[in-house]
Write a protein that binds this ligand. Structure first.
Ligand SMILES: Cc1cc2nc3c(=O)[nH]c(=O)nc-3n(C[C@H](O)[C@H](O)[C@H](O)COP(=O)(O)OP(=O)(O)OC[C@H]3O[C@@H](n4cnc5c(N)ncnc54)[C@H](O)[C@@H]3O)c2cc1C
Ligand SMILES: *[C@@H]1O[C@H](CO)[C@@H](O)[C@H](O)[C@H]1NC(C)=O
Ligand SMILES: *[C@@H]1O[C@H](CO)[C@@H](O)[C@H](O)[C@H]1NC(C)=O
Ligand SMILES: *[C@@H]1O[C@H](CO)[C@@H](O)[C@H](O)[C@H]1NC(C)=O
Ligand SMILES: *[C@@H]1O[C@H](CO)[C@@H](O)[C@H](O)[C@H]1NC(C)=O
Ligand SMILES: *[C@@H]1O[C@H](CO)[C@@H](O)[C@H](O)[C@H]1NC(C)=O
Length: 597
């Protein structure tokens, strides 16, 4: 490494390590302090497992709109106000706030990563993955949601739920600060004849809308009363089920296992990789797997199968002669703190500035998404980002270090509806041991073809006048392992995507919703685990297919529908009366169901 770059590497590394040390101090003092502050009951009406995007929303609505007693068990610790700085997000990846999952060695993908394993970051913190994500909020194609419900709910119903959530619960807005890339890309999109995206999903480009409040990261967990309703550092081991009815959970809190009962139900919101793990440990899963681990079989269900993810490629494809205003050097400038306090400046930027939806088949329905980021992983000289992805030494030295003379930016291109499907299986009966996650990325050739065409569409941007105006050009270094193919030929691009395979961390499908007689279903369209009473799932794992877009909004709306259908308006022998909130007036207008008063 050239000397000045080495100095940069050292400076950034010191910054990263000081921050990581700091997270450990916060984390362990939280573990220590919360030990003294537990007022755990023996029994609640509901138990929610996981305080992520879904669990937090359900908890909030339970607390404010019902008199039910409930407890949210969260395996991770509490957040800290520093973690709310959007640009800090990546620093939490791989930290104590990440489950640090990785895939099994992939056959057809992740070849540029150490041991052919892609990292699969998932949040282990109050707020879950939404504390580590890029904060993008997008509804996607609502007709897919209607398909998940098999006619029980239509598109209009989903739209009303979104309108309601966005109006009364979520905080969504434009990114307060964007780099020069944003306008250049949007101009380039216009040049290439793409439409501007609006509220209605279609092909086209737009600035990304994000979940933030005054420039700070905002998550559904911000609405929770942590002292009253959440027990942190509490790992739920399994759901207790007798006679096909769930009655509680066993949960490990500071090395002691507690049994906590749930009168009305257990709600699993532990996310796509952990919810199947908990179910399998509880005896609900594929009988072959359970037998191999000597777990008594309660229900033989396809738990852990059908794993899908928005996978793609395109890191550091753009080189710029000039540094952009969002860059590693700029980020560590402490002056930005003052801008941040006012809700402005580069620290409010969560990464992805522009979203685009395109069709590789020239249809009106998009099949790829492009996320434009004003940074690449070379930007930090290897001090952090390359480790978060697991780039091997060889690839780092022979590809990424060669771009140090430029500013790099990313045209992250992902397949919206991949055909490749994988699985999540526990490998031990010990709840502390992570499951084997095999997404089988790019195992379907069709996915590779879609990605190749998608990357070619992305490249067209780099050649537009608008991008030339900011001195952008294509990174023409040949990717290590692919140098035998002519640059940017189909064979080269296939090799490239199989090497530089990247996830957008959108796993879904491991506890799919569906008709109860379908062989892929784990929950029915009322979020109930099949053939088991009082056991529900509401998180990303139930999405049977990927939505057309980043998935956090979809998870939020599904959690909301779960609450409406199964808790707020329970039709069966309800012994509680519900009261209506002030905002229920509009609610009444929308749904005409606030009549239980
Ligand atoms: C790095 C990254 C970037 C992303 N970017 C975006 C984006 O920009 N836009 C977007 O729409 N989506 C994005 N996503 C996806 C989105 O954030 C997630 O899909 C969403 O948060 C999932 O919500 P969930 O409720 O299903 O699970 P999570 O939010 O992951 O919550 C699950 C919670 O359960 C807890 N838990 C798990 N197991 C147990 C247990 N045994 N006992 C107790 N607690 C447990 C976990 O610690 C966690 O807090 C991103 C995800 C990641 C990881
Ligand atoms: C539980 O469900 C399974 C499968 O649906 C069934 O075979 C079994 O008899 C049920 N057990 C009890 C105790 O009801
Ligand atoms: C895409 O479709 C449009 C309208 O159907 C057509 O005019 C155009 O030529 C097509 N473009 C390509 C590249 O096939
Ligand atoms: C939305 O999805 C439906 C069903 O897959 C499809 O027919 C429609 O074309 C999609 N709409 C858009 C704008 O992509
Ligand atoms: C950017 O740098 C490249 C390589 O050094 C050079 O070929 C190109 O002319 C430069 N572009 C501009 C607009 O200066
Ligand atoms: C909930 O409790 C409050 C305070 O005791 C009471 O006023 C209200 O009627 C109760 N509501 C329900 C639904 O039981």
């Amino acid at each position: 490494m050239w000397f000045p770059y080495y100095i940069q590497f050292l400076i950034y590394s010191v910054g990263v390590n000081v921050f990581l040390l700091f997270t450990c101090v916060i984390y362990y003092s939280d573990v220590f302090l919360t030990n003294f502050n537990r007022n755990l009951l023996q029994e609640y009406d509901y138990i929610i497992v996981g305080a992520g995007t879904a669990g937090s929303l359900i908890g909030h609505r339970l607390a404010t709109e019902t008199n039910f007693t409930f407890m949210v068990f969260e395996a991770g610790g509490r957040s800290h106000f520093l973690y709310e700085i959007p640009i800090i997000g990546p620093l939490l990846h791989g930290s104590v706030y990440d489950w640090q999952f990785e895939t099994t060695p992939q056959e057809n993908a992740c070849l540029a990563m150490v041991d052919r394993k892609c990292k699969l970051t998932q949040g282990k913190i109050v707020g879950g993955s939404s504390k580590l994500n890029n904060m993008i909020h997008i509804r996607g194609n609502l007709s897919h949601y209607a398909e998940w419900f098999h006619g029980v709910h239509n598109e209009e119903y989903i739209r009303q739920h979104f309108d309601f959530l966005e109006e009364y619960f979520l905080n969504i807005d434009d990114i307060p600060y964007q780099s020069e890339m944003t306008d250049a890309i949007l101009d380039a999109a216009k040049e290439l004849g793409y439409e501007k995206l609006d509220k209605h999903f279609k092909k086209g480009f737009s600035k990304s809308r994000v979940t933030h409040k005054n420039g700070k990261r905002w998550t559904t967990s911000d609405m929770l009363d942590l002292n009253k309703h959440v027990t942190t550092n509490a790992l739920v081991e399994k759901v207790l089920i007798i006679n096909n009815k769930s009655f509680g959970v066993s949960v490990r809190i500071s090395d002691k296992t507690h049994i906590v009962l749930a009168r009305k139900g257990v709600i699993l919101s532990a996310g796509t990789l952990n919810t199947p793990k908990i179910l399998q440990l509880s005896g609900v899963g594929p009988s072959k797997l359970l037998k191999s681990l000597n777990i008594p079989i309660i229900q033989d269900l396809p738990v852990g199968l059908n794993l899908q993810d928005h996978v793609g490629s395109g890191l550091d494809l753009i080189l710029l002669n000039k540094t952009l205003s969002v860059s590693a050097a700029n980020i560590i400038n402490p002056l930005n703190l003052f801008h941040y306090i006012q809700g402005k400046g580069p620290w409010t930027n969560p990464g992805c500035e522009v979203l685009g939806f395109l069709s590789t088949k020239n249809l009106t329905t998009p099949d790829i998404e492009i996320m434009v980021l004003p940074v690449g992983i070379a930007s930090d000289r290897g001090s952090l980002l390359r480790k978060l992805i697991g780039i091997s030494d060889e690839v780092w030295n022979e590809y990424f270090t060669k771009t140090f003379n430029y500013h790099t930016a990313t045209f992250f291109t992902v397949i919206l509806h991949p055909k490749s499907k994988g699985n999540v299986f526990i490998k031990s009966t010990d709840p502390e041991i992570p499951p084997l996650v095999n997404p089988r990325y790019l195992s379907a050739k069709e996915d590779v073809d879609t990605l190749i065409t998608g990357l070619k569409l992305a490249i067209k941007f780099i050649k537009t006048d608008s991008l030339k105006a900011i001195e952008a050009h294509l990174n023409t270094n040949s990717f290590p392992g692919c140098t035998q193919f002519p640059f940017f030929s189909d064979a080269y691009l296939e090799c490239y995507v199989r090497h530089l395979t990247l996830t957008s961390y959108h796993p879904v499908g491991t506890c799919s919703m569906g008709l109860s007689d379908s062989k892929n279903s784990v929950v029915d369209t009322s979020f109930r685990v099949l053939n088991i009473q009082n056991l529900y799932i509401a998180d990303a794992s139930i999405l049977p297919t990927l939505p057309s877009g980043n998935i956090n909004a979809a998870v939020t709306v599904m959690a909301n529908i779960f609450f409406e259908k199964n808790i707020k308006h329970v039709s069966h022998n309800s012994d509680k009366v519900f009261y209506c909130h002030s905002y229920d007036q509009i609610y009444q207008y929308l749904f005409k169901i606030c009549s239980l008063k």
